[in-house]
Design a binder for this molecule. Structure first.
Ligand code: NAD
Ligand code: DAU
Length: 351
């Protein structure tokens, strides 16, 4: 089988793992990484595959209709796997409009282009939207998000992703565009930008900086190794039912403070520190506004229908992740220079 797939956001954290998986696993496919290279996009993430004959990079903003149309004309894609987004909740609290532009309008721009380019002849076509569990809102002590859970987003980020999900489904219902959507829990792993909890705390331990735990630290997230998310995306892309939604999660809930303590213990072991050295950096700070208490995914549909399950335990995945950051200090140095310092100051100086 031969396919031409545009993967948006391929220079970002999850996108780079998806691009690598598709380029290496499917040498007969043509993979086009379409990315604007915002602060979160980094072609260093793809150094190892950038010379592959089936890999192409197009620098384009999904808000730029002409550039998107040109990319479709040039490459004639059969499918889009759409990951490009503004993805950080704290940034969405600082600048909500950026999230509306990229996540909502950018997504509609892509949907429109796909619809017009495929001229309503949808055989062999697919538009896959990669979304988040945050659209479902917050859980109490018990229960799980299923594919039927009502949307109840609380942050500007999750509201923008919920809106984009609604537009994707509206294009299926209204125009028959062959869409599929997945909603995943918190990812972690190599190439994660150090503004999110795990890579931020790894970077801060390396530099002996405070570890800012929001609120009481008892917020709970369900963590999935990024390479397991990429294999789930591969399965949903190839075997998911058109018009359907698949929840993806790690069956792996951690309260933030417990996760941070495990991370500190592993880092002390790997850095040869005395036990408790990194723990002493933990600092409770002002809570995130509108902070969702608990997320937990029921991933039984993708397990039963597509045979997917996570391949690594959290302890293994976290250990591999820390090893990657310790071996890639140049990568960390590059992404934390310049604009990163400005963001860090704005986000944390008053907390
Ligand atoms: P990321 O922030 O690491 O990467 C986003 C990528 O999109 C970057 O390469 C950036 O340059 C690109 N991008 C941003 N705006 C763009 C624009 N206007 N035009 C073109 N490219 C643009 O994000 P991530 O964590 O890899 O998340 C990828 C997708 O997966 C997002 O849609 C996110 O909502 C979703 N998701 C993320 C997680 C997670 O835990 N990180 C979990 C579930 C779902
Ligand atoms: O659930 C999926 C979502 O997971 C994705 O859609 C988002 O793109 C991704 O960023 C992530 O969102 P979170 O807000 O859950 O991730 P973050 O790493 O920002 O925060 C994880 C938890 O840690 C959350 O409860 C807030 C807390 N936290 C975070 C930071 C950055 C802290 O306590 N201190 C911090 O400095």
């Amino acid at each position: 089988m031969s396919k031409t797939i545009i993967i948006t956001g391929g220079a970002g954290f999850i996108g780079s793992h998806v691009v690598r998986l598709f380029v290496t696993k499917y040498p007969g496919y043509k993979i086009i990484n379409l990315d604007a290279l915002t602060y979160a996009g980094n072609l260093e993430n793809l150094r190892d595959i950038e010379d592959s004959p089936n890999y192409y990079f197009e620098k384009a903003d999904i808000l730029d209709k002409d550039a998107i149309e040109r990319t479709f004309q040039l490459h004639q894609p059969d499918a889009v796997i759409h990951l490009a987004a503004e993805s950080h909740v704290d940034r969405s609290i600082l600048s909500p409009l950026d999230f509306v532009y990229t996540n909502v309008i950018g997504t509609v721009n892509l949907l429109n282009t796909a619809k017009h380019f495929w001229k309503d002849d949808y055989s062999g076509k697919r538009f896959y939207h990669v979304s988040t569990d945050e659209v479902y809102g917050a859980l109490g002590e018990t229960g799980f998000f299923t594919e039927e859970t009502k949307y109840d987003p609380h942050s500007p980020y999750s509201a923008s992703k919920a809106s984009s999900d609604h537009f994707v489904r509206a294009y299926y219902d209204t125009y028959g565009l062959p869409v599929v959507v997945s909603n995943c829990s918190n990812n972690y792993g190599p190439n994660h930008f150090p503004e999110k909890l795990i890579p931020l705390f790894i970077n801060n331990v390396i530099h002996k900086k405070p570890l800012p735990v929001y609120g009481d630290g008892l917020y709970t997230r369900d963590w999935l190794f990024v390479k397991d998310h990429a294999t789930a995306i591969d399965l949903v892309f190839h075997n998911g039912k058109t018009g359907d939604t698949y929840n993806i999660g790690g069956f792996n809930e951690w309260r933030n403070i417990d996760l941070v303590k495990l991370l500190c213990k592993l880092m002390d072991e790997k850095l040869g520190n005395n036990a408790g050295t990194s723990d002493s950096l933990i600092t409770y700070v002002k809570d995130r506004p509108g902070h969702d208490r608990r997320y937990a995914i029921d991933a039984s549909k993708i397990n039963k229908e597509l045979g997917w399950k996570p391949s690594v335990t959290f302890e293994e995945g976290l250990s591999q992740t820390i090893d990657w950051y310790l071996a890639n200090t140049e990568w960390l140095k590059h992404v934390t220079s310049g604009a990163y310092q400005h963001y860090y100051e704005e986000q944390y100086h008053k907390r």
